[in-house]
Design a protein around this ligand. Structure first.
Ligand code: TRP
Length: 457
């Protein structure tokens, strides 16, 4: 069974060496595992909260997409997309907003920090705070919950956001009486190195101490490495490897044996200049082939665009039936679907309800079955089968088919489900196109739920 692992990358700024070692490289390595179903996306709606510079937003999206692809992200294996290409995310954000306690958002670290700062300086508590910043955790919850992500790898500063996503999911599940959302778990990579920057503090854009990953090419990489601050020990004097940023960065790229050799060289007194040259060459060995791919990609933005659109298509195939299910559950239904009075506004029990099959013997002796939605509405009536085994085999296939893969033909007031080009079931008569199209959505949702259930078992 695969675990769905999802993470977002806020598209502000240009990736540096610290981002590569701390986030990009481990995420791509994890995405290659056979038991991982990875979703990586560019959180460009989140970027709008931090920046109103359109050119910078545009540039950063391109650079970040090219960086991840150049670093080895395989878009065939990973669902890689832009948040802003998924209209289901803002739609879900609103549904979640309406069940989220305002008090919960008051407690978000980023918002609280802004309020505290204002209060300290005698300003109005909310001065300069946008509703976007305030709503940040809800948008992030929608990113995660739209795809039923099970694990969310993030930095420590994001733990609270995942806890809030769980909170919001639970609240929605409780209010609408069904397990609509999987509760996501936060994953903190403990072993991942945080790289020191030029001044020895954590490499971060906010300290202005970063080493660029690709920008400026090998020349810039070398020049920046030469600016790493060292102590004043002269060539010939023994250097403290552990205490030096040079060594820490080297170790993030090198094998054990290479690191041991570099340590000995430092302890035996090679000059800092020479040590920096060795560090540059080691980093360049890893980075050069990626930089080449990066430059090729950046020069062909249409290719990146195509990859991201395909990613969005894959992502929406999951998010769209999910939203259809939610719309129905919260009462945003077509006017022609079953009259309000005949639908229960809430399920009788809190138990998880699922679509189900019911087999029966028809009057002519044939074996047939019906498929009912989680809400108990009839979705399909099978054709007659000569024996129960054949009927069972078709049910079994339908359990794993999934909504997206289902071939559904529409008749004026009905629909036909096909397997291998053969009609196997029809739906009840509908009063019009709208009702019929809605029925197709319900059918796909039910097939998705069955497939998800089957996968979980
Ligand atoms: N807020 C995250 C960060 O700054 C980025 C992000 C947005 C994210 N949506 C997400 C991460 C969903 C994980 C899941 O790092």
């Amino acid at each position: 069974m695969q675990t769905r692992v999802l993470t977002g990358i806020t598209t502000t700024g240009t990736p540096h060496l610290g981002n590569y070692v701390g986030a990009i490289r481990p995420a791509i390595a994890a995405s290659r595992r056979a038991d991982v179903d990875a979703f990586f996306f560019m959180a460009d709606y989140h970027a709008l909260i931090k920046s109103d510079d359109a050119a910078r937003i545009e540039r950063s999206r391109l650079e970040i997409a090219a960086t991840w692809l150049a670093a080895g992200l395989d878009p065939e294996k990973v669902t890689f997309y832009r948040q802003s290409d998924i209209p289901e995310i803002p739609e879900l954000t609103w549904f979640l907003t309406c069940v989220t306690a305002k008090g919960l958002l008051n407690r978000a670290h980023a918002y609280k920090a802004a309020v505290d700062k204002n209060t300290e300086s005698g300003e109005d508590a909310d001065a300069g705070v946008t509703a976007g910043l305030y709503m940040y955790p809800v948008l992030m919850a929608a990113d995660i919950l739209a795809f039923n992500a099970q694990q969310v790898p993030v930095g420590r500063d994001q733990i609270q956001h995942i806890e809030m996503a769980r909170d919001i999911a639970q609240r929605f599940n409780h209010i609408y009486g069904r397990e609509f959302f999987v509760l996501p778990e936060v994953v903190i990579e403990e072993q991942v190195a945080t790289l020191p920057g030029l001044d020895g503090r954590k490499m971060s854009k906010s300290y202005d101490n970063t080493i660029p990953l690709f920008a400026g090419g090998a020349k810039q990489l070398r020049e920046t490495i030469l600016r790493i601050v060292t102590d004043s020990r002269a060539p010939g004097e023994s250097k403290d490897a552990e205490g030096s940023a040079l060594f820490t960065i080297f170790r993030a790229f090198a094998s054990e044996a290479e690191s041991a050799a570099f340590r000995v060289a430092l302890e035996e007194g090679i000059g800092w200049g020479e040590a920096k040259q060795i560090l540059f060459e080691r980093v360049e060995t890893d980075i050069a082939p990626m930089r080449e791919r990066y430059e090729t990609l950046i020069a062909r933005p249409a290719e990146i665009e195509e990859i991201l659109r395909e990613g969005a298509r894959k992502a929406r195939a999951i998010a769209s039936p999910k939203i259809a299910e939610l719309r129905d559950a919260i009462g945003l239904r077509g006017m022609t679907s079953a009259p309000v009075a005949t639908r229960k506004s809430k399920p009788a029990s809190k138990a998880v309800r699922a679509p189900r099959f019911a087999s029966f013997r028809d009057t002519d002796g044939s074996f047939r079955f019906r498929l009912f939605s989680a809400e108990g509405e009839e979705l399909l009536l099978s054709k007659p089968f000569k024996n129960p085994k054949d009927a069972g085999a078709v049910q079994k296939r339908l359990k794993t088919l999934g909504g997206e893969a289902a071939t559904v033909h529409t008749l004026p007031n009905s629909l036909v489900l096909e397997l291998d080009g053969e009609p196997v079931a029809t739906a009840p008569d509908y009063s019009g196109d709208l009702a019929r199209d809605e029925a197709i959505t319900y059918l796909r949702v039910a097939l998705d739920m069955l497939a998800a259930q089957e996968k979980a078992e």
